[in-house]
Design a protein around this ligand. Structure first.
Ligand code: ADP
Ligand code: MG
Length: 701
């Protein structure tokens, strides 16, 4: 296995390339490009066939093509529309000339001058009296010394412009790097795997993926389906899957300090705390979890269930089993509000039991916190609810047996690693309400076992959802007033744009005042936003949960987990600004009882196509999996998971949607390799370290 031997050439800093001085190196670094490897492992976004550049006279209207020629004249033209400017260039080659126009890009004045040698790519149309025109074509200015082979006369790669690094600059750098690429570049793929799958070598693949051979097919290239591209995608997938398997095997070798037993006494104790009958889905999930608890290796399980599916009680019953076995439980929530809510909820449910529950938060007074810490260390407390500080900070447990992590997409899966470094090997149950599309679960959470709760608790009615333009706000108010009159409570959600938290808070505050004074004077209105101090948030949330407030105006802090069954109406302001999964999460705050619930998505027209799709999806379905699939298709996986989300791998070549099939093959091959080779544990450890670093799975800070 050559994993540790990333060829030294690839780690060479880019300064080593011709024409890269300190200034350009800084630009490149800014664009995330430090080494030759960074450069070569960034695919072009598309390919352009400049191998047979057409004479201008031969262009056919409507068909995109590349041409090359000289700028005969150019300049900025005003139009009848005030402030609207058109930049025009007349470009000629030996066969004729065409007009290129760019709308509203006056800066092009400083880009083009007459006499320049340019390449244009775009579709032509016939204008006026038979003249040819390209509107907003892609352009590149060639230098006099640009060799035919790099920028024209072949299929050329087009890279994404990042910061000050232009596509053309990147093409030149990649070309230079490839000239120096050692032909005996070590291959990351084991030979037998590569040969069996008939994949080109790493060396050949890198060359052909950037500068395809003349006979490559442009459509295949643009689908990333050529052997060279497939090989590089596969390489990343294979290395990734190896890590996933290593992690799994590594975990399988871990031993828990105490293995849990389950007997009738424990079953009775569970029955005593259970306030309702579990659904079939909950029973099944619980069974899987309890089976894990009884194994000698630590559990590493993801409990998936749409918002309101009833995950908490399942986790609590698992906690009870652990506690009956003399083990402590850490129950972690993503925010203090949620931790507090879980604490109240769990304390109430565990009242008939002999177990002691404690809350531990960052905002607690120091003396009280010290007291709690002592109780946790002595074992006087059986279950601790808190935020992630619970496993990261100064908390010492007497006998930690189970860690429950709620709403993991705020956390990352990697808490487990933190635990391990502290010498703890508890069972870990991660809960998420973000339904990971089936197609991705395996890739992203490949090292977790998964339980899914599909059926909602009995008697739940699907939430009725409607998208309404601003102009129909009064109708919406009239409708919700009737609900408030009937005793229901309502959320009004405001979007939070992080860059301007102040402005957002102001908007939400004004909204709350407006509703309280002018629209619903007879109802009590509360306000919740992220800038409030923790205890102020708590007060508001408790007041709403206790029915002392009828309307809660909130920024997205209520997004996850909050459970107020009597709140059955939601208005989302500026719904067009929210992502689809986020809207779904928000909507999940209602529909938590047998009351019919309603969700109004108020939007500000005109809607972008994507925003329209999102709102349509919301009105068409309440199925979280369906929503997740649609969201994934709308946004692509990077945005779907969010960039800041820890625990989700950062891929360089893989596109989780496009490359699903290849990922499956890679998984199969990686398992096979692992089983045949049986690497020693030291080797596995090295592999894992490299792997976590490479896919940025280590949490920073
Ligand atoms: P989530 O999966 O979103 O965390 P919760 O655990 O908060 O959902 O449960 C949502 C609501 O449904 C809670 O009020 C909970 O008490 C209730 N609930 C959960 N399971 C059942 C059940 N089997 N029967 C009736 N109500 C249930
Ligand atoms: Mg929950």
């Amino acid at each position: 296995m050559t994993e540790k031997g990333t060829a030294p050439f690839l780690t060479t800093p880019l300064q080593y390339l011709k024409g890269v001085g300190p200034r350009r190196a800084a630009d490149l670094e800014h664009a995330g490009l430090l080494t030759i490897e960074d450069l070569l492992y960034r695919f072009p976004i598309r390919y352009e066939d400049r191998s047979r550049l057409q004479p201008i006279a031969a262009l056919k209207p409507g068909i995109p093509a590349s041409i090359t020629g000289r700028i005969l004249s150019c300049g900025l033209r005003s139009t009848r529309r005030p402030g609207f400017k058109i930049f025009e260039a007349l470009v000629g080659d030996a066969s004729g000339a065409l007009r290129a126009t760019w709308l509203n890009q006056p800066f092009l004045r400083d880009v083009f001058t007459a006499g320049q040698h340019v390449v244009l790519f775009g579709a032509t149309e016939i204008r006026g009296h038979g003249g040819l025109q390209m509107t907003n074509p892609q352009y590149e200015i060639l230098d006099e010394d640009d060799t035919e082979t790099v920028h024209t006369g072949r299929i050329v790669p087009v890279y994404e412009k990042t910061g000050a690094v232009t596509p053309k600059m990147q093409r030149r750098l990649v070309w230079d790097a490839l000239q120096k690429l050692p032909t005996d570049l070590p291959d990351q793929l084991p030979d037998d795997v590569r040969l069996r799958l008939d994949l080109p070598s790493r060396y050949a693949a890198l060359r052909a993926a950037h500068f395809p051979p003349d006979d490559a097919r442009i459509d295949e290239l643009n689908r990333f389906a050529t052997p060279a591209q497939q090989r590089l995608i596969f390489e990343e997938a294979f290395v990734f899957q190896l890590g996933v398997i290593a992690r799994r095997r590594f975990a399988a070798a871990e031993q828990k300090p105490t293995v849990v037993r389950v007997d009738d006494r424990i079953r009775d104790s569970a029955r005593r705390v259970l306030p309702f009958r579990l659904t079939a889905g909950q029973r099944q999930a619980l069974k899987e979890i309890v089976e894990d608890l009884q194994r000698s290796q630590p559990m590493n399980r993801l409990l998936q269930g749409d918002v309101g599916a009833g995950k908490t009680i399942v986790a609590l019953l698992a906690a009870l089993v652990a506690m009956e076995n003399g083990l402590q439980v850490a129950f972690m929530a993503p925010t203090e509000i949620l931790a507090e809510q879980h604490f109240l909820n769990i304390s109430r449910l565990l009242e008939p039991s002999r177990f002691r529950v404690a809350l531990l938060t960052g905002s607690m007074a120091a003396a009280r916190r010290r007291e709690r810490l002592a109780e946790i260390e002595s074992g006087a407390v059986n279950l601790v609810v808190g935020t992630h500080a619970l496993v990261q900070g100064d908390v010492t447990f007497k006998q930690l047996g189970l860690v429950v992590i709620d709403e993991q997409h705020r956390f990352g899966v990697l808490q487990r690693a933190t635990l391990r470094t502290k010498g703890l090997h508890p069972d870990v149950l991660v809960m998420t309400a973000t339904p990971i599309p089936r197609t991705l679960a395996l890739t992203v959470y490949g090292d977790l076992d998964v339980s899914v709760i599909k059926d909602p608790p009995p008697g739940r009615l699907p939430i009725k959802t409607a998208a309404k333009p601003e102009s129909r706000r009064d109708e919406v108010y009239a409708f919700v007033r009737a609900q408030l009159d009937a005793g229901r409570q309502m959320y009004v959600i405001y979007p939070l744009v992080e860059e301007s938290a102040k402005v957002d808070v102001k908007a939400a505050t004004e909204m709350a005042d407006h509703l309280a004074v002018e629209v619903f004077p007879q109802y009590r209105v509360g306000l919740l936003h992220g800038r409030l101090k923790a205890d102020a948030k708590d007060r508001v949330m408790k007041a709403f949960a206790g029915g002392e407030l009828d309307i809660l105006v909130a920024t997205t802090v209520v997004e996850v987990g909050v459970d107020v069954p009597n709140a059955s109406v939601m208005i989302v302001e500026h719904a067009e600004r929210f992502g689809l999964s986020q809207l779904h999460q928000l909507r999940g705050r209602v529909g938590r009882s047998t009351h019919q619930s309603y969700c109004f998505l108020l939007y500000q027209p005109p809607l972008s196509d994507e925003a329209r799709e999102r709102l349509r999806a919301m009105t068409e379905t309440t199925d979280g999996f369906d929503i997740a699939e649609r969201d994934l298709n709308l946004r692509g996986p990077g945005d779907f998971f969010g960039t800041r989300q820890a625990g989700v791998p950062t891929f360089r070549m893989i596109d989780l949607i496009r490359d699903r099939q290849l990922l499956d093959v890679a998984q199969r091959e990686a398992i096979r390799w692992f089983d045949q080779r049986r690497p020693a544990s030291g080797e596995v450890r090295t592999l894992l370290t490299n792997w976590e670093e490479r896919f940025r799975l280590i949490e920073v800070g």
